[in-house]
Design a protein around this ligand. Sequence first.
Ligand SMILES: NC(=O)C1=CN([C@@H]2O[C@H](COP(=O)(O)OP(=O)(O)OC[C@H]3O[C@@H](n4cnc5c(N)ncnc54)[C@H](O)[C@@H]3O)[C@@H](O)[C@H]2O)C=CC1
Ligand SMILES: O=C(CO)COP(=O)(O)O
Ligand SMILES: [Zn+2]
Length: 352
Amino acid sequence: MFEKSTWIRLPRNVVVGHGVLDETVDAVAELHLTGRPLVVTSPTPREVAGTRVVEGFAAEGTDPETVLVEEASFEAVQRVIREADAAEAGFLVGVGGGKVIDITKMAADELGLGFVSVPTAASHDGIVSGRGSVPDGNTRHSVAAEPPLAVVADTEILADAPWRLTTAGCADIISNYTAVKDWELAKRLKNVEYSEYAGALSRMTAEMLVENSDSIKKNLEESAWIVVKALVSSGVAMSIAGSSRPASGAEHLFSHQLDRLVPGTALHGHQVGVGSIMTEYLHSGAKGEWRSVRNALASIGAPTTAEELGIEDETIIQALTTAHEIRDRYTILGDGVNEPAAREVARATGVI
Ligand SMILES: NC(=O)C1=CN([C@@H]2O[C@H](COP(=O)(O)OP(=O)(O)OC[C@H]3O[C@@H](n4cnc5c(N)ncnc54)[C@H](O)[C@@H]3O)[C@@H](O)[C@H]2O)C=CC1
Ligand SMILES: O=C(CO)COP(=O)(O)O
Ligand SMILES: [Zn+2]
């Protein structure tokens, strides 16, 4: 008897383009979300977009409340929940980078409220996903969370954000190549559940981004358009999979370990990109495709070395040798890369 079942939870409205921030209220109205909005944001995103979103709701007479968050932590999620309860919020709007959006989707999930994603940076593929990523002591959780009912991605704002945030988003997408390889490996060796559609979509998203890399340039709003489309597509792959597997493999474990060792030093996307160069080497060897990954990153101006990340060589080795401990997710790192092997891959790929 066939007993398989799945829920694929996707956004209903994905609004992308120049000046669409002012359509946030319409995107919400079309979803029949009611009650008081709680706008979750952080200081800079509030300046570049949050205040305008609040003014838009206020003009409609919905009396929005705002809460500022800085870090992705369970404590921050609880704080948003308390603010939402106090404000008797009807729905949540996350305005900011990846951390703000993760906190908002996790709080919305616990509250049982709808959530709208308003990214102010094209820096990560969590803008659409129904997953939240939270560090917790020695581990890093990928938590099932409320996927956004709507995404409002204003390319004018995204193109105006510091360029490094956009190259980080590109690198988060390029890392899908190795994430999918890790997922396939885990299917072969550990019989983990694998989705052909999610794997193919994730890989194709990375390929299309790399094919379009000539059009991804600083001060070109079309770049934000291309990158957001890829981020949405990658997020959809995660939703189809029901896990972050299509977009998060060993390169992400390496990045999560760097977040513990040297927090706040480099952007998530940049770290996973450098991790991807090395894990591609581990997958396919010296003559394999690691050069293509490195060249793709270099062509959009993302870091490809420890120095460009601003991270010490020894920290790279430490992160690579301990990344497998971060979570129970089988990858090319297996039960751990030892120090000589880590040094060899980091040197051979020019990362250190
Ligand atoms: N849930 C998921 O599926 C995914 C989650 N993530 C998570 O997202 C986080 C990484 O996201 P990031 O956006 O790289 O980090 P972030 O949220 O820390 O943002 C980076 C910085 O950019 C600033 N910023 C945002 N928009 C700006 C603008 N328009 N102008 C100037 N500054 C601006 C933020 O205030 C922050 O200081 C990580 O915690 C990562 O684990 C990443 C990918 C997928
Ligand atoms: O960053 C992600 C996908 O790009 C997902 O992060 P996790 O590794 O925490 O699942
Ligand atoms: Zn990522």
